[in-house]
Design a protein around this ligand. Structure first.
Ligand SMILES: Cc1cc2nc3c(=O)[nH]c(=O)nc-3n(C[C@H](O)[C@H](O)[C@H](O)COP(=O)(O)OP(=O)(O)OC[C@H]3O[C@@H](n4cnc5c(N)ncnc54)[C@H](O)[C@@H]3O)c2cc1C
Length: 277
């Protein structure tokens, strides 16, 4: 979708929102798949309510992009614009055992930064790509831990109220890869409470995930549909080996899920978010 109206473009400038026309989402997603649309980069949290009022008034649908590591985006010209937060510097401020983190901050770098200051708990997430906001939205987890366990406060844009609010950790429910946030809520910042742990002890090598093991045992590493492929390195990850389309990737995912279901009777959760039209 293209924003061609100069009045909207001018208002975006006033709100300190950068308009990047004709952005290929394939360049912004881990799978390297996705069509083209206008990207709106938000520099100030405070401008979000006015930005969304502007988009709604002009019937411009939108989606919210974090680090693009859990998205399978449709091909071709996309029927919505994409919003993304610009990461501020510094993305993390530490106060005792509390880490105040901007949602646009990189998750792995945040975990490493905290670890270097002898704050642990989230080390399982060190290799999970994406932003802290994306991790919060999906309650990202690995090796038996989930980010939700450490959340004390979240600053978010509540779509239902059209305003920025603060929620306490106990007002939010965090379940396996699922949270009680509404689909249109935008995570803006989070306060995490992390246990003290010496840096040396934090860095460890936890065991592999079971979904990966099942896919591996079935010999599915390298299985492909077009250029969509089960990663040779991590069996539970799908990769784009060249010019895979969203359709190829969806076929491959369905194929792997069916084979695992047949062999083990287990239905694998499809954790990737599909933006298809
Ligand atoms: C190689 C690889 C390994 C992975 N390993 C793991 C793993 O071990 N555990 C795990 O949990 N995940 C894993 N993932 C998935 C992914 O890294 C996580 O889901 C990550 O938290 C997604 O964050 P993101 O910023 O990239 O979100 P995106 O992919 O950009 O977005 C995902 C969803 O979150 C929403 N979103 C993003 N940011 C915000 C925000 N600030 N506010 C509101 N909504 C937002 C988007 O609208 C979208 O619906 C892996 C992915 C890859 C490619």
């Amino acid at each position: 979708m293209r924003i061609n109206d100069p009045k909207i473009a001018a208002r975006l400038g006033e709100l300190d929102v950068e308009l990047v026309p004709g952005t290929r989402l394939a360049d912004l997603t881990s799978l390297g798949i996705g069509g083209t649309t206008d990207l709106l980069r938000i520099r100030k949290h405070e401008s979000i309510p006015d930005l969304l009022t502007l988009l709604d008034a002009n019937h411009v649908p939108h989606k919210f992009l974090g680090g693009g590591s859990n998205l399978l985006v449709g091909d071709g010209e996309l029927p919505w614009v994409v919003l993304q937060l610009v990461p501020p510097e510094p993305g993390v401020i530490l106060e005792g055992n509390f880490a105040r983190v901007d949602a646009a901050a990189d998750l792995g770098r945040t975990v490493t930064f905290c670890a270097k200051h002898d704050l642990g708990g989230m080390e399982g997430l060190i290799g999970v790509p994406g932003t802290v906001g994306g991790a919060l939205r999906m309650n990202a987890g690995a090796y038996g831990m989930q980010i939700g366990a450490y959340v004390r406060e979240v600053k978010l844009y509540r779509a239902a109220d059209h305003k920025i609010e603060i929620l306490q950790g106990n007002q939010i429910s965090f379940e396996y890869r699922h949270t009680s946030f509404a689909p249109d809520d935008m995570m803006l910042a989070v306060t995490l409470e992390l246990p003290s742990k010496p840096y040396k002890e934090i860095l460890q090598n936890p065991p592999g995930a079971s979904a990966g093991r099942m896919i591996d045992d079935l010999g599915l590493k390298g299985l492909s549909v077009g250029d969509a492929r089960v990663s040779d390195r991590h069996a539970n990850f799908f990769v784009n080996a060249g010019k895979a389309s969203a359709r190829d990737m969806l076929k491959l995912i369905a194929d792997v899920r069916e084979r695992v279901k047949k062999a083990y009777g287990v239905t694998l959760e499809n954790e990737v978010v599909v933006w298809n039209g």
